[in-house]
Design a protein around this ligand. Structure first.
Ligand code: MCN
Ligand code: CUM
Length: 783
C-alpha cells in the first residue's frame, strides 16, 4: 500500500528527470517568441575609471543593430541605478564612472545574437583610469581610494554589525587558562551553475502587460521589485508575470537582480518587442555576484581540560563595489552568528565590518544559508587548533564539549534557538563507519616511516529555513511561504507552491508530502512552481528553506483538505464525523474497517454529492510562517594521504553522516549531499578568484578557476541519523546546503592533521599542492 502511494520516506524516482535526461527541459534560452530581439552587453576592461565618452555611432551603423543603450539613456527613466536586496544601490549602467572590471557599460539590441555581439565590439569607450583598491583591509584605511563617490559617507566602510556580550567575552578571555587564536581567509569563489543567467522580457504595449521569463530563484519577489522600481513607468503588479522555467542550477547565484535583467526589460518596454539576454560563460564568472571573501580573526578561550568557554571573532567582509548580497534585511552578515556551532559557549562576541572594493559585488550565499559556511569553517577549524594546543584528540575534544541532546531546544549565547540535535550520536556513527581508532593507529605507524596521512573531522550545525517572518524579510517582504492544493473530481491533484526548484527535485518531493497526507499516489499529483500568475505568493528557494517553510505549508494545506474530506466521508458513510478515523490512507468508521472511503471517492463526491450546506470542491491554501528555523547537523570525517613529491592531497575516504530530521525522499537527499560535498571539496582544494593590483580578475575562465571534475571527486560515503524537528509539521529540516557547509573544514582539518607534527596549525583554503609542497620543502621532508 505505502509503496504505491510513494509517501514520505520513499525513494521515488525524480519525476522531472523524465524531461531532463532526455534533453527536453525548458530553460530560458529555449523560449523563442515571434519577432524577438537579442541583447548583448559591453563591459569595462578597467576596474576603476572615469568614462569620458561613449561613441555608439559605429555600432548603430551595423545592419541588424536596433538600439544601443547607455547610462545617459536611462537617466530620464530614472533606471540608471537600482536598489540592491541589501538596501544599497547598484548601477544598472554607469553615467560617468565604472567601479570594477566587467561592469556593464552599454547594451546593444539586435536582430541576432551575433549581430548584438558585433555591436558590442564596435562601441568605443574613452576611459580615464583611476586608482584601484582591491584589498578590503587597505580599503578601510584612512586615505584609501574611495570606491563609492556617490555616497555621502566618504570612505569605504559599508556597515558595522556586532552581536554578543563584548565586555563579558573580553573578561572570559582575560580569565581563561588557554586561549587559541587563528586568522583565516575564506576566499572569493563563484557559483558555476551549468546554466548561466538569462531573461526573455516581453512587453505587450496594447495590454500593458510585461511577461518575463527569467533565471530567478525568487519569482514573486522579482515581480514585486519590478513593480516598485518601475511603477512610475506604468508597470503595475497585476500586469507583471514572472515565469521561472526550468533552471540549470541556482546555488544562490540566481537570487540577486543583475543589470542585464533590468536592461532587457527596459529594452522590451521601449521597443514593444520581446528581448532576450543570455549571459555567456565568461560574463557569468567575471561579473555576477561572488561568494565568501571573509577575512576572519577568531579566538577561542577554554579550560586546560578542553572545556570551551568563549569565542571572539572579528571579520572584514569584502562586498565589492555594491552591497548586493542576498541576506535577510536584519542581518548584513547573514547568519554568521551560528558560529558557536555545536558547542555550548558561555560567552561570545562577533563583529563584522563590510568594505567596498573595486571588485564585482560579493556576498551572495553560495550554497550556505547566509554566511553559514564561513561560520562552520571557522569554528570547526578553531576546535582543531585548540585540540593541537592542548594535545587532545579532536574527536574526544568534540565529544567532551557538544551541546548534550537533553539541552534541546537549546538557546545559543548569540541568540538562536536550536530546535533539536544529537551531535554525539552523529559523530560516533561517523567514527564507527570509518574505523577511527584503527586509522589513528595507522597514522602513528606511517608517521614513523615519514609518510603523511591525516584525519579531519567537522561536526557542524546548520541553520536553515528563513522565516520566521518576525525576524526575516527581504526589502520588507516577509519570509513565509505558501502552498495551494486542488483535488480534482477524479482524485488527481494539482499542487502549486511559492518556492522554485533549480534542480532539487521539488516536483517529486512536494508530491510525496501531499501523497502521504491525502493517501493519493504520487503519480497522480502534479506540482507546479515558478509562475507568478498561478503560484501563491512565496519568497522562493534559497537557504534550504523550501522544505522547512513551503514543505510546512504543503503539509498544512493538505491537512485542511483532509479535515473537509472527513466531513464528506462521514456524509457518504452515514456516520458521525467523530466516528471517522484516517487510517491506512483511508477514512474508516472506527472499529469497522470494512466501512471506508478513499480520498478519491471523497473527491468525486466533493463535486457530485457533497453534503447540503457545504461548499463544493476540495482545495486549500496555506501561508506558513514557521515558528523557528530548523537546525540540521552532521559529522564528517575525511582521511587524506599527501604526496611528499608533489604536495598533492589525495582524499582516501570521506564519511558524511547527516541529520535533516524526517526525510521525505532518501535518494534525493543523498543526491543533495553528494552534490553538496563536491561543492565543499571545491573551495577546500581548488577554487579561488583573485585579482591583481589593477583589479584584473585572475580566475576569469575555467582554465584558471578549477572546478573539481569526476577525476578529483572522491567516493563519498554517506550515512544518517534522524532527529526530527519538533516544530515542523512533518519533522523535516532542510538539507540542500549542509554538505557544502560541513565539508571544507573536514578536508582542511585532515590536511593540517597530516602536517601537524611539522608544526603546522593552519593552511588557508584552497589548499593547493603548491602551498603544501612549500611546507614540505621548508621542513625538509619534501621528496
Ligand atoms: N528533502 C527531503 N527531506 C528532507 C529535506 C529535504 O527529501 N528532510 C528534499 C526536498 O524535498 C528537496 C531537496 O531535498 O527536494 C532539497 O530540499 P531543501 O533542503 O528544502 O532545499 P531547497 O529545496 O530549498 O533547495 C535550496 C538548496 C540551496 S539553498 C542551494 S544553494 C542548492 C541546493 O538546494 N542549490 C541547488 N541544492 C541544489 N541542487 C541542485 N540540483 N541545484 C541547485 O541549484
Ligand atoms: Cu545559500 S545559496 Mo542557496 O541559499 O540558493
Amino acid at each position: 500500500m505505502a509503496v504505491e502511494i510513494g509517501g514520505i520516506g520513499h525513494s521515488v524516482k525524480r519525476k522531472e528527470d523524465a524531461r531532463f535526461i532526455r534533453g527536453k527541459g525548458k530553460y530560458v534560452d529555449d523560449v523563442k517568441l515571434p519577432g524577438m530581439l537579442y541583447m548583448d552587453i559591453a563591459r569595462s576592461p578597467l576596474a576603476h575609471a572615469r568614462i569620458k565618452n561613449i561613441d555608439t555611432s559605429k555600432a548603430l551603423k551595423i545592419p541588424g543593430v536596433v538600439a544601443v543603450i547607455t547610462g545617459k539613456d536611462l537617466v530620464p527613466l530614472n533606471l540608471h541605478w537600482m536598489p540592491t536586496l541589501m538596501s544599497d544601490k547598484q548601477m544598472v549602467l554607469p553615467t560617468d564612472t565604472v567601479l570594477y572590471q566587467a561592469q556593464e557599460v552599454a547594451a546593444v539590441v539586435a536582430t541576432e545574437r551575433y549581430i548584438a555581439a558585433d555591436g558590442v565590439d564596435a562601441i568605443e569607450v574613452d576611459y580615464e583610469p583611476l586608482p584601484v583598491v582591491v584589498d578590503p583591509i587597505k580599503a578601510l584605511q584612512p586615505g584609501a581610494t574611495i570606491v563609492r563617490e556617490d555616497r555621502e559617507q566618504k570612505d569605504n566602510h559599508i556597515w558595522h554589525w556586532e552581536v554578543g556580550d563584548r565586555a563579558g567575552t573580553d573578561k572570559a578571555f582575560a580569565d581563561a587558562e588557554v586561549v587559541v587564536k587563528q586568522d583565516l581567509y575564506i576566499p572569493r569563489i563563484h557559483v558555476s551553475s551549468i546554466e548561466t543567467c538569462g531573461i526573455v522580457a516581453s512587453f505587450d504595449k496594447i495590454e500593458g502587460k510585461l511577461t518575463v521569463y527569467m533565471t530567478t530563484q525568487a519569482p514573486h519577489a522579482i515581480r514585486t521589485v519590478i513593480a516598485l522600481v518601475a511603477g512610475h513607468l506604468g508597470l503595475a503588479e497585476h500586469k507583471i508575470r514572472v515565469i521561472s522555467p526550468d533552471i540549470g542550477g541556482g546555488f544562490g547565484g540566481k537570487v540577486p537582480v543583475y543589470p542585464g535583467y533590468v536592461l532587457a526589460i527596459g529594452a522590451s518596454v521601449l521597443t514593444g518587442v520581446p528581448v532576450k539576454w543570455i549571459e555567456d560563460r565568461a560574463e557569468n564568472i567575471q561579473a555576477d555576484s561572488f561568494a565568501r571573501d571573509y577575512h576572519i580573526s577568531a579566538e577561542l578561550a577554554a579550560k586546560k581540560d578542553g572545556t570551551m568557554q568563549a569565542l571572539r571573532v572579528k571579520t572584514i567582509a569584502d562586498h565589492g563595489a555594491f552591497d548586493a548580497a542576498a541576506n535577510p534585511s536584519k542581518y548584513p552578515a547573514g547568519l554568521f552568528h551560528i558560529i558557536t556551532g555545536s558547542y555550548p559557549f558561555q560567552k561570545s562576541f562577533v563583529e563584522v565590518d563590510g568594505a567596498y572594493t573595486n571588485k564585482p559585488p560579493g556576498g551572495i550565499a553560495y550554497r550556505c544559508s547566509f554566511r553559514v559556511t564561513e561560520a562552520a569553517f571557522t569554528i570547526e577549524r578553531l576546535v582543531d587548533v585548540l585540540a593541537l594546543e592542548i594535545k587532545k584528540d579532536p574527536a574526544e575534544l568534540r565529544m567532551q564539549n557538544f551541546i548534550p541532546p537533553t539541552a534541546f531546544p537549546y538557546k545559543s549565547v548569540l541568540g538562536w534557538e536550536y530546535d533539536s540535535g544529537d551531535y554525539g550520536r552523529a559523530l560516533k556513527l561517523a567514527m564507527d563507519t570509518i574505523g577511527y581508532a584503527e586509522l589513528r593507529k595507522e597514522q602513528a605507524e606511517k608517521r614513523k616511516r615519514g609518510e603523511l596521512m591525516g584525519i579531519g573531522i567537522s561536526s557542524f550545525t546548520e541553520i536553515v529555513g528563513a522565516g520566521p517572518s518576525k525576524d526575516f524579510d527581504i526589502l520588507g517582504i516577509k519570509m513565509f511561504d505558501s502552498a495551494e492544493i486542488r483535488v480534482h473530481p477524479t482524485g488527481k491533484v494539482m499542487v502549486r507552491i511559492g518556492v522554485k526548484s533549480q534542480g532539487q527535485g521539488h516536483e517529486t518531493t512536494f508530491g510525496q508530502i501531499v501523497a502521504e497526507e491525502l493517501g493519493i499516489p504520487v503519480a497522480d499529483i502534479a506540482v507546479e512552481e515558478g509562475d507568478t500568475d498561478t503560484a501563491p505568493y512565496g519568497l522562493g528557494t534559497y537557504a534550504s528553506r523550501s522544505t522547512p517553510v513551503a514543505g510546512g505549508a504543503t503539509a498544512i494545506a493538505a491537512r485542511k483538505i483532509r479535515e473537509k474530506a472527513k466531513l464528506i466521508a462521514a456524509h457518504l458513510l452515514e456516520a458521525n464525523p467523530d466516528d471517522i478515523e484516517w487510517k491506512d490512507y483511508k477514512f474508516q468508521v472506527k472499529g469497522v474497517p470494512a466501512k471506508s472511503k478513499t480520498m478519491q471517492e471523497v473527491a468525486f463526491a466533493a463535486y457530485t454529492n457533497h453534503p447540503q450546506g457545504m461548499e463544493a470542491g476540495l482545495e486549500a491554501v496555506d501561508y506558513y510562517d514557521p515558528p523557528n528555523l530548523t537546525f540540521p547537523f552532521g559529522s564528517y570525517i575525511c582521511v587524506v594521504d599527501i604526496d611528499r613529491g608533489t604536495g598533492e592531497v589525495k582524499i582516501r575516504r570521506f564519511v558524511a553522516v547527516d541529520d535533516c530530521g524526517t526525510i521525505i525522499n532518501p535518494m534525493i537527499v543523498e543526491g543533495q549531499i553528494h552534490g553538496g560535498l563536491t561543492m565543499g571539496l571545491a573551495p577546500a582544494l581548488y577554487e579561488q578568484i583573485t585579482y591583481d593590483e589593477q583589479g584584473n580578475i585572475q580566475g576569469g575562465t575555467f582554465m584558471d578557476y578549477l572546478l573539481p571534475t569526476a577525476m578529483e571527486t572522491p567516493n563519498w560515503e554517506t550515512a544518517k541519523t534522524t532527529t526530527p524537528s519538533p516544530h515542523h509539521p512533518i519533522g523535516a529540516k532542510g538539507v540542500g546546503e549542509s554538505a557544502t557547509v560541513g565539508a571544507p573544514a573536514a578536508i582542511a582539518n585532515a590536511v593540517v592533521d597530516a602536517l601537524a607534527h611539522l608544526g603546522v596549525r593552519h593552511i588557508d583554503i584552497p589548499i593547493t599542492p603548491w602551498k603544501v609542497q612549500k611546507i614540505l620543502k621548508d621542513n625538509g621532508v619534501a621528496e
